[in-house]
Design a protein. Structure first.
Length: 309
């Protein structure tokens, strides 16, 4: 901070660095530097929402302009009128296009994988926290193996090695690979939530004569749910995005449908932008849904009341 002189000549503007001078006469002539004024305008929490929206629109306009300029340099010609029919076909009535059909397959793969991953994750964390040495060793081996190898390699191993031996089809192979991969991360999230429960809750459950299973079911897991819900939301969003890898084993999800359309029509940018927008809508919807659920679990918290307002 640059110290201001005690006396300022009358009528002369004073250069400030963001802090106001102590001298009353100099306060009215304090001229804040331009970078400081811009920083204040951006970080001021009291600015109206209209300013926020204008800033957002300005940034998005810049992104769109940069993209259009880049495609012009490539000599690319946009043909949205051809691309939109792959989303929905309105000729002779409304029919879902290939992209919407692929989105339904993505929903199916993600939903089944999410349920199975939650079961696998809960089983793994219970084994890891158990008194059994063998159970803890199995849980650690599973977690370290899955978390330290790429999902794509696990998907190939499941489809080309395990599936022929067990007779699984490609859909269940993809679901099982995704579930095992995401279940390892869900297991660590649940374990962190369980360990966040105060030790007094365990002691109170033991003093009431509850068994270990009843303690988990009635005392620990309900309290851990509030801790694990935000990171579980992020893992759920990650699962939806990771499901795009099932296209590598010829499952016609959203990504595979997009690749097939691009190979046929060469509408590269239009199709991929539409696919990205569809993934964005799905993941944002999941995030908002989880946020509402978290607010219901924490109805007495200040953050939830502020979000509801």
């Amino acid at each position: 901070m640059n110290p201001m002189p005690a006396a300022v000549p009358e009528g002369r503007a004073v250069e400030c660095d963001g802090s106001m001078p102590r001298d009353a006469a100099a306060k009215g002539r304090c001229r804040v530097r331009l970078p400081v004024r811009i920083w204040r305008a951006v970080t001021d929490a009291r600015r109206p929402w209209a300013v926020d929206m204008m800033l957002y629109l300005a940034v998005m306009t810049g992104v769109v302009w940069f993209t259009l300029r880049g495609t012009e340099q490539l000599g690319y010609h946009w043909q949205w009128h051809r691309a939109l029919r792959y989303l929905a076909d309105t000729r002779g009535g409304w029919h879902a296009g290939p992209l919407l059909q692929g989105l339904l397959v993505t929903f199916k793969v993600s939903a089944v994988s999410l349920v199975l991953a939650a079961v696998i994750g809960l089983a793994a964390v219970l084994l890891r926290l158990s008194r059994s040495v063998v159970g803890r060793a199995l849980a650690v081996c599973y977690l370290e193996t899955v978390r330290n190898t790429p999902l794509l390699i696990q998907l190939f191993v499941m489809y080309f090695v395990v599936a022929p031996l067990t007779g699984m089809d490609r859909f269940f192979s993809a679901v099982l690979a995704l579930s095992l991969f995401e279940g390892a991360y869900i297991s660590e999230i649940i374990r962190a939530g369980i360990q966040a429960v105060p030790a007094g809750q365990w002691e109170a459950a033991r003093s009431l004569g509850l068994t270990r299973a009843a303690t988990y079911r009635k005392v620990v897991l309900p309290q851990a749910l509030g801790h694990v819900l935000p990171p579980l939301t992020g893992q759920m969003v990650t699962l939806v995005k990771d499901s795009a890898l099932v296209s590598t084993i010829a499952i016609y999800d959203l990504t595979m449908q997009a690749q097939a359309i691009i190979a046929e029509t060469f509408l590269v940018f239009e199709i991929w932008f539409m696919v990205a927008a569809m993934y964005l809508v799905v993941t944002l919807s999941l995030s908002l849904l989880a946020q509402r659920l978290e607010c219901r679990l924490r109805t007495g918290s200040k953050a939830c009341r502020k979000a509801a307002a």
